[in-house]
Design a protein around this ligand. Structure first.
Ligand code: AP5
Length: 220
């Protein structure tokens, strides 16, 4: 299965990609997670990306496209692109990449939510940095604040989830990423889901609209 999850920050793309990657036998590819991992390891890519990420701006297209090109060769069982593409230039480059490898997309899932909900979700988000498991102080709190329910380790908040940066990220989405809705509508691959629904209901709607294959044993 080859999917793109498209939608504004906080719409639940990462949450659903985590849940569905096993079911679709495809790997979640979060460009944000790859960049954050590089930043924490202090790589050249991480250093380059840091100031863009901290300010809520997008990392330059050519950097992201190179990153995805390298990633694509490691995904024989398919992918769920979470946070990529984010500009028309990235989408066009991705189309070329897929074509050069004789691969086609199955669907692009558009997560729809209003701005007030997105702000509340992002400013309340907590994540397990060891495996990406998401929590939310308002809608899905851990049993003990700041501690993962399952592995007992600390949860973290992202630097770019401060209100000021969240507002900027939402503006950047409207300006630079939302044109992709029309781009993918033209391809006939776009399906829309109500991202305001509870997590389980969003999962069900995606599965119903994509047509889930038999569950596979693909590792995380
Ligand atoms: P990235 O890490 O991709 O962040 P994002 O797109 O802003 O998306 P988020 O991870 O914030 O939101 P999400 O939709 O995954 O929501 P989540 O499931 O976590 O990018 C970060 C930065 O990296 C960018 O700003 C940019 O600088 C750079 N970057 C990354 N990719 C790039 C690219 N392609 N090009 C250029 N730059 C790039 O959920 C959010 C919260 O809501 C959680 O607390 C969750 O528990 C809760 N929640 C989820 N679903 C529900 C629900 N149904 N009901 C109630 N609560 C819910």
């Amino acid at each position: 299965m080859r999917l793109i999850f498209l939608g504004p920050p906080g719409a639940g793309k990462g949450t659903q990609a985590q849940i569905l990657q096993r079911r679709f036998g495809a790997k979640q590819v979060s460009t944000g997670d790859i960049l954050r991992d590089n930043r924490s390891r202090g790589t050249e890519l991480g250093k380059l990306a840091e100031s863009y990420m901290n300010s809520g701006a997008l990392v330059p297209d050519e950097v992201i496209i190179k990153m995805i090109e390298a990633e694509l060769d490691t995904l024989p069982d398919g992918f769920i692109m979470d946070g990529f593409p984010r500009t028309v230039a990235q989408a066009e480059a991705f189309d070329c990449l897929l074509e050069s490898k004789d691969l086609t997309l199955d669907a692009v899932v558009l997560f729809e939510a209003d701005r007030a909900t997105l702000i509340a979700r992002l400013t309340g988000r907590w994540t397990n940095p060891r495996n990406g498991r998401p929590y939310n102080a308002a809608t899905n709190p851990p049993r003990v604040p700041g501690i993962d329910d399952e592995d007992g380790g600390p949860l973290v908040q992202r630097d770019d989830d401060k209100l000021e940066t969240v507002t900027k990220r939402l503006d950047v989405y409207e300006r630079q990423t939302s044109p992709l809705v029309e781009y993918y509508r033209h391809s006939g691959k776009l399906v829309q889901v109500d991202a305001l629904a509870p997590v389980d209901d969003v999962t069900k709607e995606i599965v119903a609209k994509i047509g889930a294959p038999v569950e596979q044993n693909a590792a995380g």
